[in-house]
Design a protein around this ligand. Structure first.
Ligand code: GAP
Length: 511
């Protein structure tokens, strides 16, 4: 069930040209979405923030754009053919299909919500003297809830690790988890389901080659490791960054763009000498969290969640979780992938994928620490936190998108107060001067108040109005989206003002 606030997010995204259901005229396609005119701009800006923070700011990280189609053996070597599965379970009454692990995790999330409620109540009771850590470790009820949650997650991790699907079902039964749709506990057995989409390459049926659409962009990086290392004369440690589409036949694809069947990843593989993975893993955890904090969405909205069940390639893994409208969920993964991928590609391709270390004077297969974030999830994180409803001084309501100004699809809207007296000409001249550096909207329709509202709903951080005083002294008013304050400034100071407020370089410098 979607909460009202989440429904508002989805309808706002559609109404204001951010996200549309795919092929909507044919009733849409489940868990596939199109980005509209404003959505694509926001998405490009997020990608640019990520790309520059990785590639431009690190001398030892370079980019790549590998093809989506890859030789099918890639996926045998990577382990995806055998192990890229989700455990699914059906409810016999509602005929709805669920991910068994998600049902259990949702159950645990409810326990965690109870803990948060207890913490909140205690903080009110104790006031300023409240010590959260102390409360969590001494309150018996909270300790019991925490231990219950931990035990459930441990048991699930162990069962999944051992492929003991009967115990996963038993756990669902022990916890008396009911189908959210039918309310019944009439479950099928748990089965594994491979998430890769298959397709064919070639024209004739007998010679066509079975391919997979890539479920992660990372493998394009691994198979090009030596190409990049040699052609770029790269020395360890170094990274390869890539953004691009990935495809997964998700069992449960609810929650809008949180879990899609076609989505975009921004991944970076950092190649390192064996034995240094712990140190680099910690380094990238800290770096990535800082990248998130830097956007100013509120540090309380992030937390790490270490994996109990490690993916088939990892020796350590954590998620950066974000507080989405439906609770804390994975936004980004940081994985210490050992030399699993490169070693397996060596084996399957029968080609050496080794690095000659001039310091150690030896050849070895590098280890890898990966950072992997979904661009669409990042979009949802920003969009969901940005959407705000406010009652303003005159008692009316306004809806605004408090997108970090640097990422806003349109940076500036320019309005002539009226459509006459030469005001539109001045406004258009300003657009012409500034459009080289900023995305600008020009609007002369309706009263200025309504034009402000339209731009607020689109997340435009600044609106400039040209009025009759402009004719006299070449000044304009600039209005701030969040505070709604208006300042009168000379036209000639506009570029400088916008450059300071909307500079991606300034944001990057804070990293
Ligand atoms: N290369 C490692 C990897 O793919 P992952 O945890 O499976 O790891 C990384 O995915 C990130 O990709 C996730 O943290 C999430 O942001 C995003 N992601 C994964 N599946 C997704 C889906 N179905 N829809 C949208 N984003 C997804």
């Amino acid at each position: 069930m979607q909460s009202d606030s989440f429904k508002k997010i989805i309808s706002h995204a559609k109404e204001y040209g951010f996200i549309f259901p795919s092929s909507e005229i044919y009733e849409g396609l489940s868990a596939v979405y199109d980005y509209g005119q404003n959505g694509v701009a926001l998405k490009n800006n997020i990608r640019e923030y990520w790309w520059k923070s990785m590639v431009q700011l690190h001398e030892n990280i370079v980019g790549l754009d590998a093809a989506i189609f890859m030789h099918p053996t890639t996926w045998k070597a990577s382990g995806h053919v055998d192990a890229f599965n989700d455990p699914l379970i059906d409810n016999k009454d509602s005929k709805k299909r669920y991910r068994a692990d998600v049902l259990i995790e949702d159950y645990v999330a409810k326990i965690e919500a109870k803990i948060s409620k207890e913490v909140f109540k205690a903080s009110k009771r104790f006031g300023e003297s409240f010590n959260k850590e102390q409360f969590l470790s001494t309150d018996q009820r909270v300790a019991a809830l925490q231990s219950k949650a931990n035990n459930i997650l441990k048991r699930m991790a162990k069962s999944l690790e051992n492929e003991d699907l009967a115990d996963v079902k038993a756990l669902i039964e022990d916890l008396e988890i009911a189908c959210p749709e039918s309310g019944s506990r009439n479950w099928t057995d748990v089965k594994q389901f491979n998430l890769m989409f298959g397709t064919k390459l070639g024209a004739s049926a007998d010679t066509a080659m079975n391919l997979f659409l890539r479920p992660e962009t990372a493998q394009g990086i691994f198979v090009n490791f030596l190409n990049v290392q040699k052609s770029g004369r790269m020395r360890l440690p170094f990274g390869i960054a890539q953004t691009g589409k990935a495809f997964r036949n998700e069992i449960v694809a609810r929650q809008f763009i949180f879990r899609m069947r076609e989505f975009e990843q921004m991944e970076m593989q950092f190649f390192i000498p064996p034995g240094t993975q712990k140190e680099w893993y910690e380094y990238w955890k800290e770096k990535r969290l800082k990248w998130h904090y830097n956007l100013g969405l509120g540090v309380d909205n992030y937390r790490f969640h270490d994996h109990e069940k490690l993916a088939h390639y990892a020796d350590a893994a954590t998620d950066i979780e974000f507080q989405f409208p439906f609770g804390f969920k994975e936004l980004e993964g940081i994985h210490s992938r050992t030399n699993f991928d490169l070693s397996n590609h060596e084996k399957y391709a029968r080609k050496k994928l080794q690095y000659f270390d001039p310091v150690k004077n030896e050849n070895y297969v590098p280890y890898v620490v990966e950072t992997s974030i979904g661009l669409d999830r990042m979009f949802l994180a920003i969009f969901s936190k940005a959407l705000t409803e406010e009652t303003i001084q005159d008692g009316s309501k306004r809806t605004l998108l408090k997108i970090p100004p640097v990422l806003a699809p349109t940076k500036l809207a320019i309005f002539p107060l009226v459509k006459k007296d030469g005001l539109p000409e001045i406004a258009k001249r300003i657009v012409k001067d500034l459009k080289w550096d900023f995305t600008i909207a020009y609007d002369e329709k309706d009263a200025v108040g309504r034009r402000y509202r339209r731009q607020d709903a689109l997340g435009t951080p600044y609106c400039v109005t040209i009025d009759h005083q402009t004719l006299e002294d070449e000044t304009i008013t600039i209005r701030d989206r969040d505070s709604m304050t208006q300042d009168r400034v000379p036209i000639k100071s506009l570029t400088r003002f916008l450059q300071t407020k909307l500079s991606l370089s300034e944001l990057l410098k804070k990293l």
